[in-house]
Design a protein around this ligand. Structure first.
Ligand SMILES: *Cc1c(COP(=O)(O)O)cnc(C)c1O
Length: 440
C-alpha cells in the first residue's frame, strides 16, 4: 500500500462506532451486529466498491437492513417481584446454562458415544443429572413441557381407559388451557371424584377398578382453596392403591426437586416419590429455574412405556433444552432460586441503594411483597421492598430501552429489585433518571 492509496482513508472501526447514528444503534441492535455492519462497509470500501467517505453511510444502510430482520423478542427487566412470570418467559437461565446452549448449538454428541463410535442414549447427561438430583427416582424422561408430560402419561397409560382425579384438582393452567381437556384429548376418560373442596380416600376407592389407567393428583399451583377442605395425601393414596397395583401419577407443577424450607406447602419430586407416587411430572422452567421442559421421574417400567409410546417422539426436546437443563441441574444457583432466597433485609439495603441512585426524584422505599407466581406456591408472600415512583413512569419504562416491566399500585409505580440482576441496576436507575429529565 502506498501513502497515496485511497484505502488508507477508510475510517477506522472505533471512529465509525463513535459516529452518532451508529453509536445510537448499539443499545438497540447490539455491538456485534453494529460492528458487523461497520466491517461490511469497510470491506466494500477496501474492494473499491465505495469510496472512503461513503463508509459511514453504507454502515447505516446495513444497520437499517438489520433493523428490518431483528429478533422480535426483547429483553425485559422484570421489576414486578414475581419470580416465575409466564408472560415474561418464566425462569431466566443462568449464564452457565446459556453457555451450555452455545456449546450445544453446534454438532454435539447428543446421541453418540465418542468412545465406541456407536449411537448412545439421547440426552443422557441431563437424565443422569435428574437422577442424581432425585435419587429416589429409578428413571427419568424429558419432554417439551409439563403439559406434554401429562399428555404422554395419559396416552401411554390410560388411552381408552380412565384417569381418576379429584374435582378439586381439575385446573386451568392459563390462556384458557385446561388439564381435563388435555387429558381427554389423549383418548383417556376422566373419572372425577369428590367435590371442589373435599375429596376423601373413600371417593378414590369407590372409583378405581379394572378400567383405571392411573390415579392422578394435580398440585393446584395457581390458586388455593381455604376453609372447609379435605384432600388425600400421596402417602395415604398410594398405600390404598398398592393393593390393586394402580399407578399413582402426581403432577407437582413447579419442578421443585427437593423440599425447600421457604416453601413448606410446595410439593417436591423427592418427597412425592418417597410418599409412594409411581410417576411425578413437572415443568422445567418454574421453580426448577431452567429451560421450558416437562420432567417425568419415577418407576422405570412406567417411564419405559412412556418413552416407547409413538407420541414420545413428537414431544421430545431438542439438544439446546437438554444442554440448558443439565447445566441448570449441575451448575450454579438459578436466578429463580436466588430471587426466592434473597432476604427482606438484603432487599431493603439493595432498594435503599437504588433509591439513592435515582437522585432527587420523588421516590420512596416501601414494603412490597414478591411472589413465586403462577408457577407455584400460590398465596406464599415473599416479604421485601420496592421503590415507589409516580405511576406516570410505568408506560415509558415499559416502552423504552431497556424495557422495564414494573407493578402499578394505588397510583404509584413500584420497582421491585428481587428479580433484577444487580448488574442491571445502574442501567435501570439511569433509565428512571432519563424519564425524569423528560426523555421518552
Ligand atoms: C404449570 C403447570 C402445568 C403445565 O406445565 P407447562 O410446563 O406450562 O406445560 C401443569 N400442571 C401444573 C400443576 C402446573 O403448575
Amino acid at each position: 500500500m502506498t501513502t497515496t492509496d485511497p484505502r488508507r482513508a477508510i475510517p477506522r472501526t472505533d471512529v465509525l462506532l463513535a459516529h452518532p447514528a451508529l453509536a445510537a444503534a448499539i443499545p438497540e441492535l447490539g455491538m456485534p451486529r453494529v460492528r458487523a455492519a461497520v466491517r461490511a462497509a469497510q470491506a466494500r470500501a477496501r474492494s473499491g466498491e465505495i469510496g472512503p467517505d461513503e463508509v459511514a453511510g453504507s454502515a447505516r444502510s446495513e444497520i437499517a437492513h438489520a433493523r428490518e430482520v431483528p429478533i422480535s423478542l426483547r429483553r425485559v427487566l422484570n421489576a414486578t417481584g414475581v419470580l416465575v412470570h409466564t408472560n415474561l418467559g418464566r425462569a431466566p437461565l443462568t449464564e452457565a446454562a446459556i453457555e451450555a446452549i452455545r456449546v450445544a448449538a453446534g454438532y454435539v454428541d447428543v446421541e453418540f458415544d465418542v468412545g465406541t463410535g456407536a449411537r448412545a442414549q439421547r440426552g443422557r447427561g441431563a437424565l443422569d443429572a435428574l437422577l442424581s438430583a432425585v435419587p429416589g427416582a429409578k428413571a427419568a424422561l424429558v419432554v417439551n413441557n409439563g403439559a406434554a408430560a401429562l399428555a404422554l402419561a395419559a396416552s401411554a397409560l390410560a388411552a381408552g381407559r380412565e384417569v381418576v382425579v379429584s374435582r378439586g384438582e381439575l385446573i386451568e393452567i392459563g390462556d384458557g388451557f385446561r388439564l381435563p381437556d388435555l387429558l381427554e384429548s389423549t383418548g383417556a376418560r376422566l373419572r372425577e371424584v369428590g367435590t371442589t373442596n373435599r375429596t376423601h380416600l373413600a371417593d378414590y376407592r369407590a372409583a378405581v377398578g379394572p378400567d383405571t389407567g392411573f390415579v392422578l393428583k394435580v398440585h393446584p399451583s395457581n390458586f388455593r382453596v381455604n376453609g372447609f377442605t379435605r384432600t388425600v395425601g400421596c402417602a395415604e393414596l398410594s398405600h390404598a392403591l398398592s393393593e390393586n397395583e394402580i399407578p399413582l401419577v402426581v403432577d407437582i407443577g413447579s419442578g421443585l426437586l427437593q423440599s425447600d424450607p421457604m416453601l413448606p406447602e410446595e410439593p417436591d419430586a423427592a418427597s412425592t416419590l418417597a410418599d409412594g407416587a409411581d410417576l411425578v411430572t413437572a415443568s422445567g422452567d418454574k421453580l426448577l429455574g431452567g429451560p421450558q421442559a416437562g420432567i417425568v421421574l419415577g418407576r422405570a417400567d412406567l417411564i419405559e412405556r412412556l418413552r416407547r409410546h409413538p407420541l414420545a417422539r413428537a414431544l421430545r426436546v431438542d439438544k439446546l433444552t437438554l444442554a440448558a437443563l443439565e447445566s441448570t441441574l449441575t451448575g450454579p444457583p438459578t436466578g429463580v432460586e436466588r430471587a426466592l432466597h434473597t432476604s427482606a433485609d438484603e432487599m431493603h439495603s439493595r432498594t435503599i441503594g437504588f433509591a439513592r441512585a435515582l437522585g432527587d426524584i420523588d421516590a420512596e422505599v416501601v414494603a412490597a411483597t414478591g411472589a413465586v407466581g403462577g408457577g407455584g406456591a400460590p398465596g406464599v408472600p415473599l416479604p421485601g421492598w420496592a421503590v415507589a415512583i409516580p405511576e406516570t413512569y410505568a408506560v415509558p419504562l415499559r416502552t423504552g430501552r431497556p424495557c422495564v416491566v414494573a407493578r402499578t399500585h394505588a397510583g404509584r409505580c413500584l420497582i421491585d429489585l428481587r428479580c433484577i440482576d444487580p448488574v442491571d441496576e445502574p442501567a435501570l436507575a439511569a433509565r428512571v433518571r432519563e424519564i425524569a429529565e423528560g426523555g421518552s
